[in-house]
Design a binder for this molecule. Structure first.
Ligand SMILES: [Zn+2]
Length: 245
């Protein structure tokens, strides 16, 4: 279906492309926004301001402008839930930059009920997205093989050798390092594994260098292929930071 987002227009601005003017507010039918003190406040379906309204701060609600973007280019959607609020994201193929990007299209922190996103990527777009992931992941794995192996850094290939939360032997790439101001030698780490991501601490990790890293070319390409194909993988979120560090 694409991504639909409510936008606001400046006075006199013409409609941007793929934007519709939307008057039908199905959940309330209120065309007039009455002032809290206006006696007409409970007349929900009046379409014009009455003479009483002029005494208060009442106004006619304008239309909503809904713009449709990324038609045929939505790869995945997800939500991130917090204690009180949720944010909604779409992973899309961006034709202008020929890359994958994540956009936030809605949240419960503000009024975004008009906004929506639905997975609709065409086979052609899925192929482009796959190729992009594949290329990017290859760069990451090349980087990991060549990088300075003495440093804690994003992109390092590591193995979990201690700790209780993450199974011993889990391997993955460091995709995020959380700054622990109080204990610089024991940073919290987010690891991207083949199938998911896990959190652990630096002290639980063994840093694999390329000589210990018994990853054959075949295994590497298989991994890259699997990750590129994975529909639940949000690994591409990390790709820009991994490649351009
Ligand atoms: Zn009024």
């Amino acid at each position: 279906m694409s991504v639909k987002i409510q936008i606001s227009l400046d006075l006199g601005q013409s409609l941007p492309p793929n934007t519709i003017e939307y008057w039908d507010y199905p959940w309330n039918g209120h065309f007039i926004q009455h002032d809290w003190n206006c006696p007409n406040r409970k007349l929900s379906d009046s379409k014009e301001l009455s003479s009483e309204c002029s005494l208060y701060d009442c106004h006619i609600r304008g239309p909503a402008y809904i713009q449709t973007t990324y038609q045929g280019c939505v790869l995945e959607t997800r939500e991130r839930n917090y204690y009180d609020d949720s944010d909604f994201y779409a992973l899309v193929w961006d034709e202008s930059t020929q890359s994958i990007k994540e956009i936030e299209y809605g949240t419960t922190r503000a009024w975004t009920y008009f906004n929506s996103a639905k997975e609709d990527a065409s086979p052609e777009i899925l192929t482009k997205a796959f190729a992009y992931r594949y290329e990017s992941l290859l760069k990451i794995s090349d980087f990991c093989e060549q990088s300075d192996m003495s440093k804690l850094q994003i992109g390092r290939h590591v193995k979990v050798i201690k700790g209780r939360k993450v199974p011993i032997g889990t391997e993955g790439f460091i995709c995020q390092i959380y700054n622990n101001l109080y204990d610089k030698l024991n940073q919290k780490i987010k690891l991207q594994t083949e199938t998911t991501h896990v959190f652990t601490y630096e002290r639980n990790l063994e840093f694999l260098d390329s000589s210990k890293f018994s990853w054959s070319q075949e295994k590497k390409f298989n991994w890259v292929y699997r990750m590129s194909n994975s529909s639940t993988s949000w690994v591409c979120n990390y790709i820009p930071s991994l490649i351009y560090m």
